[in-house]
Write a protein that binds this ligand. Structure first.
Ligand code: MN
Length: 281
């Protein structure tokens, strides 16, 4: 049975003790098994507070991030690549520290629209950093997955097949993080990416075509969930949704969250839980 998860940004765009408590308690109350916590700045993250709140509420956690311009491991500049590895080390420390079962997201690239295709040098830097990351997360015993995102969030890889090629090139013991929002833009439907990832699928994001309420956009969720069940995947399935109603100072702008697709977090979360449970349980 897949742990069903909820992205913390459904509740809050910050991670103060008050907002963390609110997000964790509400996620648990709605019925979810897991909360995904974005840690774009792991250096300032309150590990002890978060670990305690998770334990108090009996909730699983996943940590996610994308890299910034000055920590982009696909940069041609070795100094920026080095800062990227420092950022990833800090993220591993946070994820391990709070007892998260998964580290995921765009751990191999800046989360941004690049102005040109990736160069051979940048690609080489990514492969080396993914190999390095694989060693780090193995030592930390932290299951880690790289998210496949669309063309305006990275120029490194945009499909599951290309992600597998990258992971193989790096010789990495890291799995694929698949997201329906991105697959809807880049893949040949919703069966092929699940089948292509096969046993190497490690984390799943469920997001609508407009990133709002599930079932109100154009994504064929019945087909996707059926493919997921068919594949035997037992890992987390996490609902990700963004609205201008809840703003993260960095992430919301990076993801082009300009519209108000919902303003009732509670109703959105309950609806998502019901929708996912109906298809997966
Ligand atoms: Mn995602």
């Amino acid at each position: 049975m897949n742990p069903l998860g909820l992205h913390a940004l459904v509740w809050t765009g910050e991670w103060t003790p008050e907002s963390a408590r609110y997000a964790i308690e509400r996620t648990k109350a709605v019925g979810f098994d897991l909360i995904e916590i974005p840690i774009l700045e792991p250096e300032t993250f309150d590990i002890a507070m978060t670990r305690q709140l998770l334990a108090d509420n009996g909730l699983l956690a996943a940590c996610s991030l994308g890299l910034s311009p000055d920590t982009d491991v696909s940069s041609a500049d070795p100094a920026i690549v080095a800062r990227g590895r420092d950022r990833l080390s800090a993220a591993i420390e946070v994820a391990s520290g709070i007892g998260a079962g998964n580290l995921c997201g765009v751990l191999y690239s800046q989360l941004a629209k690049y102005p040109a295709p990736i160069t051979a040098l940048s690609r080489q830097h990514v492969v080396e950093s993914v190999a390095w990351l694989s060693d780090q997360v193995a030592a930390a015993e932290l299951p880690t997955s790289l998210e496949v995102v669309n063309r305006y969030e990275t120029n490194v890889v945009n499909t599951v097949a290309d992600m597998l090629t990258l992971l193989d090139e790096a010789g990495a013991d890291i799995t694929v993080h698949l997201d329906t929002y991105h697959a809807n833009i880049e893949e040949n439907g919703f069966i092929e990416p699940v089948q292509t990832a096969g046993q190497r699928l490690g984390y799943v994001h469920v997001g609508e075509s407009h990133r709002g309420y599930l079932g109100t956009g154009t994504i064929d969720f019945p087909t996707f969930f059926a493919a997921l069940r068919e594949s035997g995947y037992t890992g987390p399935v996490t609902f990700e949704s963004f609205s201008s109603a809840v703003v993260h100072p960095e992430l919301s702008n990076i993801l082009s969250v300009w519209r108000n697709l919902w303003d009732d977090s509670e109703n959105l979360a309950e609806h998502a839980y019901g929708y996912m449970a109906e298809h997966l349980r």
